[in-house]
Design a protein around this ligand. Structure first.
Ligand code: GDP
Ligand code: GDP
Length: 546
């Protein structure tokens, strides 16, 4: 009987209606046993694929048809040759993703909501998310309402569209299909609901092959290069290695080395900016990383980082490369809260060392915590440029009918007042631009790229000694509140280095500059020359030793 069923399944592939080939295609991807076939059968209404895998059964690409409110689509179950154990081998992930990305117009990734996320899930999610096609996450086996909150755990995968479903009990499938059909390329038979966000969401941008070619020619967007199986395997191994090492606390604290000072006139040479995403656990670092690398119209390619298990990802945009350092590390999580917090500090220091620019992520719903200030302090001292990114701003702005915020029922806050609170808590980062974003919705993510490019340019700016001395003449040093015995006379000043901009002051006395004097001078320099986002360093050279 099983053989008959198997043959029937194969036959239905062969006997697919020829007209069906013109229909838009939905692909269903996921690990074995998550319920792909069950979902597929529920949608197609016929048994075209076999539920309950037997070892060795081949069911490569089963096609069916699905109708939804008068619209038709084809659907393909990408679950194919499955080895006898539970593991999804890298080539299998790769194959599924490839089928989906090459053939489908819209993709549903299915996970089992009752099991833990595993690295193959992460890998598949990332391959799918960066493909530039609409992707939807179906968290399956959510058979009762009590289980629904569990689906939220899967947001970690980086999908904007998450749907708890029960394929077996027909739960939640309507919402999923509404969205999936909405994303399909075909004249709509029913009126599209006005959704102002719909157009701008990168995951929802429809790209046909012609579009890709067209965009290619004017350089605006190039399709992500396909990864080889070996690359996928390497990355999974790196991910697993990272996971293994995640909970080991290094014996000695990691030292942040000062950056090598650049002596070149680098302002126009810069092609690549190395970016560190830092912050305490759960502020949204991984989500932001996904938004920056996953769904953007850009080349994303993994590159071996500086340390053995580090993987960097490079995004090309408008002729500029953004290299996100140690992306495996950004996704690394500690097991316990304390461990996760310690790990976040160690990671921040390690990542800063490899970067030019850091994104200090703050959770908008929590404000600046002691640990944020701690991590921000390392960023400041490291000499890297800093952008303060206030994430989860969606939660602060979405209000209900009563005008109160949905997530906590409190009145919404003025962003200016909010920013002031953040700045008061992170005083030493007064030079850092501040952005409000929602990594989850992809809002403001574009701004992140723009600001990174800006601060990256600013930190490499060079002021000539002539300009500097003209500026010095105008500075009213009487305004600096500095104790008399700490006052120094500056004869002249020169920029010795860029990245970060470093100035040598030639003075009359060999005394350490007073804190408020240094601050005063830095602010004066900023008013004149910018250096947005970068700390400014000073060195003193005295003419007379005391
Ligand atoms: P596939 O390997 O991803 O195609 O998974 P299947 O569709 O073969 O399902 C694997 C197992 O999960 C089967 O035993 C299904 O009966 C079960 N299953 C599928 N959907 C659900 C669901 O919504 N709830 C529960 N409890 N079990 C499900
Ligand atoms: P990480 O530990 O800093 O890498 O944080 P994650 O990226 O894992 O995010 C932690 C949690 O915050 C996850 O549940 C995310 O879905 C959620 N999250 C991240 N960014 C946003 C956002 O912009 N808005 C909302 N509402 N939630 C977010």
């Amino acid at each position: 009987w099983r053989d008959v069923e198997f043959l029937a399944a194969q036959l239905s592939v062969e006997t697919e209606r020829p007209e069906a080939r013109d229909l838009p295609l939905i692909a269903v991807c996921g690990r074995p046993n998550v319920g792909k076939s069950t979902l597929f059968n529920r949608l197609t209404g016929s048994r075209r694929s076999i539920v309950g895998d037997e070892p060795g059964i081949t069911r490569d690409r089963i096609y069916g048809e699905v109708e939804w409110f008068g619209r038709d689509a084809r659907i393909v179950d990408t679950g194919g040759v499955i080895p006898d154990d539970e593991a999804l081998i890298p080539s299998e992930i790769f194959r599924q993703a490839q089928v989906a990305l090459e053939e489908a117009d819209s993709i549903i990734m299915v996970v089992d909501g009752r099991t833990e996320l595993a690295s193959p899930d992460l890998e598949l999610a990332r391959l799918l998310l960066r493909g530039g096609k609409p992707v939807f996450l179906a968290v399956n086996k959510m058979d009762t309402d009590a289980l629904l909150p569990q689906a939220e755990n899967f947001r970690r995968l980086g999908f904007r569209n998450v749907f708890p479903i029960s394929a077996e009990h027909n739960g939640g499938i309507g919402d999923l299909m509404d969205e999936v059909f909405e994303s399909l390329p075909e004249p709509k038979t029913h009126e599209e609901e006005a959704d102002p966000d719909f157009e701008e969401t990168p995951t929802e941008v429809m790209m046909t092959e012609e579009d890709e070619e067209e965009e290619d020619s004017d350089g605006a967007w190039i399709a992500p290069p396909p990864l080889t199986e070996d690359q996928v395997r390497d990355r999974i191994e790196a991910e697993q290695q990272a996971a293994r090492e995640a909970y080991v606390e290094p014996e000695a604290p990691v030292e942040v080395k000062r950056p090598r000072l650049l002596r070149s006139h680098g302002e126009h040479e810069l092609k690549e900016t190395k970016v560190a995403i830092i912050g305490r656990p759960n502020v949204g670092k991984s989500t932001l990383l996904n938004a920056l690398t996953g769904t953007d119209r850009a080349i994303v390619s993994p590159i071996a980082g500086t340390t053995r298990d580090a993987v960097d990802e490079v995004v090309e945009r408008g002729g500029h490369s953004f290299r996100f350092v140690d992306t495996a590390g950004i996704r690394r999580k500690g097991k316990t809260k304390l461990m996760a917090e310690k790990l976040s500090v160690i990671m921040a220091r390690k990542h800063l060392e490899a970067a030019d620019v850091s994104l200090l992520i703050i959770d908008a719903t929590e404000g600046v915590a002691a640990l944020d200030a701690n991590i921000g302090g390392y960023a400041h001292e490291s000499g890297r440029s800093v952008i303060i990114v206030v994430n989860k701003w969606d939660l602060m702005t979405k209000v209900g009918k009563d005008g109160m915020r949905l997530w906590d029922g409190k009145p919404p806050v003025d962003p200016k007042i909010y920013e002031q609170d953040v700045r008061d808590a992170l005083k030493y980062l007064d030079y850092a631009p501040l952005l409000f974003i929602s990594a989850l919705d992809g809002k403001g993510v574009d701004q992140v790229f723009k600001k990174v490019e800006l601060v990256s340019r600013e930190r490499r700016k060079r002021v000539t000694t002539g300009q500097m001395n003209k500026f010095l003449e105008k500075v009213d040093f009487q305004k600096a509140s500095v104790p008399m015995n700490r006052r120094v006379r500056i004869y002249y000043m020169t920029q010795a280095a860029v990245a970060p901009p470093t100035f040598i002051l030639f003075t009359d006395k060999d005394v350490k500059m007073h804190f408020s004097f240094e601050r005063f001078l830095a602010n004066q320099i900023r008013d004149h020359f910018g250096f947005i986002g970068s700390p400014i360093w000073f060195k003193i050279k005295a003419r007379n030793k005391k």
